[in-house]
Design a binder for this molecule. Structure first.
Ligand SMILES: *[C@@H]1O[C@H](CO)[C@@H](O)[C@H](O)[C@H]1NC(C)=O
Ligand SMILES: *[C@@H]1O[C@H](CO)[C@@H](O)[C@H](O)[C@H]1NC(C)=O
Ligand SMILES: *[C@@H]1O[C@H](CO)[C@@H](O)[C@H](O)[C@H]1NC(C)=O
Ligand SMILES: *[C@@H]1O[C@H](CO)[C@@H](O)[C@H](O)[C@H]1NC(C)=O
Ligand SMILES: *[C@@H]1O[C@H](CO)[C@@H](O)[C@H](O)[C@H]1NC(C)=O
Ligand SMILES: *[C@@H]1O[C@H](CO)[C@@H](O)[C@H](O)[C@H]1NC(C)=O
Ligand SMILES: *[C@@H]1O[C@H](CO)[C@@H](O)[C@H](O)[C@H]1NC(C)=O
Ligand SMILES: *[C@@H]1O[C@H](CO)[C@@H](O)[C@H](O)[C@H]1NC(C)=O
Ligand SMILES: *[C@@H]1O[C@H](CO)[C@@H](O)[C@H](O)[C@H]1NC(C)=O
Ligand SMILES: [Cu+2]
Length: 810
């Protein structure tokens, strides 16, 4: 989450490094590439040896088959703009002389520019009518974010342009703030408008003023030269107390290798500046902090530093310890190819690539993608009924703490940087199985559309355990656990978040987030109470990750209620207990009546079940049909109460689960510019809670996943996905009359008697498999097809020459 502050949110200096350690293998002549780069293995390759049953169809399936084609029942109303649409909006904006826009390429700190042109997703009220066939397709509007800097008080402006298509002299724009809790015509102050000047006029001169000290401590300088070996990182969010804008800066070593190591090379010297306003002459240094001692001037710091007895602390130096390449002795047999997943019959799901619509077994859904939050799933249906209207990330908070002011002041709200722009191409065979189907994602930046090819993957996977089994003295039955996943990874600065949405044959839907990449380490001095000492002068700085997801449930319609069912210890006397009390347990069932009681935690000892039910949809036994929300891996909400750092900008972070009545005006729990005004942010989630009834209403669940992360030596060089994992599941509860997974034929019953199998029932499974011989060798070949970005210029836009080869756009 850490960026050099001089980089704007839309800078792309952080591109994954692909280290080519071996020459590209020669492409083999037998490989036929399909349009999407998926392998098509010739049919005359070696046939699979083993046949498992007699159900052999005459046509052998093909390995690496992409998803079957399907046509979405209705067009995807959440899908982003076509190149043409985005270009037309960009043209129109630049024609509006009152907006006084400068193209991003030319824009400097005192020019207005366009930061975003994106589809404004339509209101649920309009979409549901359309989905259900009782209303027209919703109008399309553009959500535009302007960076207004040709003024003393720079601000970001959310505006709405439309309806589309653009009609000259007819199309209008209006402020967009109907889903903000603070009504300021969509305007949010921009605290980063002066970033370039700030380095030039304040930070480098400050660093230069103690050049003698930086040279003596670290043999380096931070002066803004290419040969600087150290640099300065500012806190996010900036200090915003008493109408002053302040920031702490920390010295760090720049990476001395090609690896992204800077976030673990802190040097332990900090300074505080007042950077309020746009006039550099008003900016000033407030003081220095080193080894737990505060100096209120540069002079005081220098006097102390050059006095006898000044304690100089050790430093963090880049080296092999910080790089991720293979190191250490090769483990026994580890050079042999490990087990790998294959799809022996090709894909078993269908995708409408144009509409980003997916069908797998009894599930279907649409995929949306946005700059702020990346992937969102819409209109998730199970067995023909919508169960969730919208499911997606809202915001990710990484809230640090420490005895030093840098860690104490850091609480990243990552939608500021955007999950969309950082959802890079996935690595086939590593991020997703090699046979997965891939979709592209696109986002607008600087009058271009960037496409990250193959940045969303879809695949079936076989869990390493069956979903059902039972043994008796005469038979054993077991069912394969095949599930379906949709995945993307967003690398926000030093950290990589992997988001996975999974669908299971019993009707369960899962959401998982995993974290990897480089930690933001703290300088170790005096931080014993805030982390572990994990390298020479490095502390694994404690922090809470809290990631908020919106799940707009529609269980058999929109009239839903949250039911709580709690196991409680009790002492009961029963008619049969002959007057003797018995210490036992029973259920306590209740409903959440209103938003006054809808902010809850999963609770101690997993005693409480949280279920979204439709009270009017009971099954034949009179039980309400519903979906239960349960953690599937640890979850977390924010430890800190009433944070001094985030103030009102992350009020969604304090509970595991929060329920509100769905409203078009309460669209998102967070706003990407909440960090710009933490006291009075554009969206203050607390304001959603105004006592409304939640009984048989359209409900939204705001669910927090997260981890209390205290990095230890095992987080070096990178945190591992293995344990940095949080997950939640939505499980059908009394929803159907039995377990839906009985429908799969991928189960077996083996009868046996007297030590022999007497019958094997495989329920009509087909076991044809495609030839597998080239599978493993091909995976490495695929890695050479990693391409990164594709960029389409929107202004000026030339449909005949749409592509610009740009990698690492700055
Ligand atoms: C295939 O079918 C034949 C004839 O029906 C049967 O004898 C044989 O056991 C079957 N093989 C398998 C593997 O099921
Ligand atoms: C328009 O923006 C330019 C900078 O790009 C600025 O100099 C000028 O004053 C602005 N004009 C108005 C009318 O705001
Ligand atoms: C839009 O209005 C301007 C000025 O009022 C006029 O010159 C132009 O022709 C109009 N364009 C269209 C497409 O009507
Ligand atoms: C200090 O840095 C300079 C220039 O980067 C380098 O040439 C020199 O070897 C360094 N000295 C030490 C003691 O590391
Ligand atoms: C670093 O670069 C600056 C400016 O280009 C130059 O003046 C200085 O001598 C260089 N320092 C070293 C140690 O190479
Ligand atoms: C992804 O983008 C690339 C490059 O523009 C294109 O060739 C490919 O067809 C796209 N894939 C999909 C699934 O749309
Ligand atoms: C739903 O059930 C409640 C009683 O639980 C009843 O009052 C109400 O009319 C029902 N609504 C519908 C739409 O059936
Ligand atoms: C939160 O902290 C601030 C500053 O310490 C204090 O003024 C405010 O009353 C606190 N609010 C709550 C709800 O505790
Ligand atoms: C969406 O709903 C909001 C809040 O009711 C309303 O202000 C806005 O105009 C609606 N948008 C459209 C396109 O109807
Ligand atoms: Cu972490």
């Amino acid at each position: 989450m850490k960026f050099h502050t001089a980089l704007s949110a839309l800078c792309f200096s952080i591109i994954p490094i692909l280290v080519h350690s071996a020459p590209a293998p020669e492409a083999k002549a037998t490989w036929v590439k399909s349009g999407r780069g998926h392998r098509v293995i010739p049919h005359d390759s070696r046939q699979a040896k083993r046949q498992y049953s007699n159900n052999t169809s005459p046509e052998a399936p093909v390995c690496g088959d992409t998803a079957a084609a399907v046509t979405a029942p209705i067009p995807n109303v959440w899908e982003g703009f076509t190149d043409q649409e985005a270009a037309s909006v960009a043209y129109w904006l630049f024609e509006q002389s009152n907006l006084n826009l400068t193209t991003s390429e030319k824009a400097e700190e005192w020019d207005n520019s366009v930061l975003l042109v994106e589809l404004q997703r339509p209101n649920k009220t309009d979409v549901v009518a359309y989905l259900d066939g009782s209303g027209p397709a919703p109008d399309r509007y553009a959500h535009v974010v302007l960076n207004i800097r040709a003024t003393e008080e720079p601000y970001y402006a959310d505006i709405l342009v439309g309806p589309l298509p653009i009609v000259a002299n007819v199309t209008k724009w209006q402020p967009l703030d109907y889903y903000h809790t603070r009504k300021t015509e969509g305007r949010v102050r921009n605290l980063g408008a002066n970033d370039d000047t700030l380095y030039e006029k304040l930070l480098y001169p400050t660093s230069a003023s103690i050049k003698d000290i930086t040279l003596e401590l670290w043999n380096g300088t931070a002066l803004g030269h290419d040969n600087d070996t150290i640099t300065m990182w500012g806190i996010d969010p900036m200090g915003q107390e008493d109408d002053r804008i302040t920031s702490w800066y920390m010295f760090v070593h720049k990476s001395a290798t090609d690896f992204d190591t800077t976030s673990i090379l802190s040097l332990g010297l900090y300074f505080l500046v007042d950077q309020t306003g746009r006039d550099p002459s008003q900016w000033k240094l407030i003081g220095w902090f080193y080894n737990d001692i505060w100096y209120d001037s540069t002079e005081a710091f220098k006097d102390a530093f050059f006095s006898p007895g000044f304690v100089k602390l050790p430093i963090n130096i880049d080296g092999p310890w910080a790089t991720t390449d293979q190191s250490g002795p090769v483990l026994p047999m580890d050079t042999l190819s490990p087990p790998m997943a294959i799809a022996p019959a090709g894909s078993r799901y269908s995708v409408d690539v144009n509409e980003k619509y997916v069908e797998w077994m009894d599930f279907s859904f649409y995929v949306g993608f946005s700059r702020d939050t990346g992937l969102t799933l819409y209109d998730i249906k199970y067995k023909g009924d919508r169960i969730i209207y919208e499911l997606g990330l809202q915001e990710a908070l990484a809230h640090y703490a420490g005895a030093d002011p840098y860690q104490s002041g850091t609480a990243y709200l990552d939608s500021y940087y955007g999950f969309g722009p950082y959802a890079f191409q996935l690595v086939e065979g590593y991020d997703c199985p090699a046979y997965a189907t891939y979709l592209n994602s696109s986002f607008y930046v600087s009058e271009t559309t960037h496409t990250h090819v193959n940045s969303i993957c879809l695949f079936e996977f076989d869990a390493d355990y069956p979903q059902q089994r039972h043994s008796t003295t005469s038979y054993v039955s077991a069912t394969k656990n095949t599930y379906f996943s949709l995945r993307s990874v967003s690398t926000i600065g030093n950290y990589d978040y992997m988001f996975t949405y999974s669908f299971y044959q019993d009707g369960t839907v899962g959401v998982d987030v995993r974290a990897s990449g480089y930690i933001q380490g703290a300088y170790y001095a005096n931080n014993e109470d805030y982390g572990w000492h994990i390298h020479d002068a490095l502390s694994g700085s404690m922090h809470d990750h809290v990631l908020n997801f919106k799940a707009d449930f529609d269980i058999l319609g929109t009239a839903n209620t949250v039911q709580l069912v709690k196991n409680v210890a009790t002492t009961e006397t029963y008619p049969w207990s002959q007057g003797k009390p018995r210490n036992t347990m029973k259920l306590q069932k209740s409903f959440i009546e209103s938003e006054d009681e809808s902010r809850i935690n999963f609770g101690e000892n997993a005693l409480t079940q949280v279920i979204i039910v439709n009270q009017n949809e009971t099954n034949k036994y009179g039980e309400k049909r519903g979906y239960r929300i349960l953690p599937s891996s640890g979850t977390a909400h924010l430890t800190i109460q009433n944070s001094s750092t985030t103030v009102n900008s992350a009020n969604w972070a304090g509970y595991d689960l929060q329920f509100t009545k769905q409203k078009d005006t309460e669209l998102t729990s967070s706003h990407p510019y909440n960090s710009q005004d933490v006291n009075d942010p554009p969206i203050n989630f607390d304001r959603f809670f105004d006592g409304e009834s939640l009984v048989q209403e359209d409900l939204v669940a705001w669910i927090n996943l997260g981890m209390h992360h205290i990095p230890h030596t095992g987080d070096l060089p990178n945190t591992v996905f293995t344990t940095a994992h949080s997950g939640v599941q939505f499980m059908p509860l009394n929803y159907l009359l039995g377990d839906a997974s009985r429908q799969t034929v991928n189960q077996v019953r083996i009868n046996y008697d007297a030590g022999r199998a007497t019958g094997v029932e495989t329920f009509g499974q087909k076991t044809d498999i495609c030839p597998l011989n080239n599978e493993i060798a091909d995976v490495n070949q695929e890695l050479w097809e990693y391409v990164g970005d594709v960029v389409v210029r929107k202004y000026p836009y030339d449909p005949n020459h749409p592509f610009e080869e740009v990698l690492g756009v700055d």
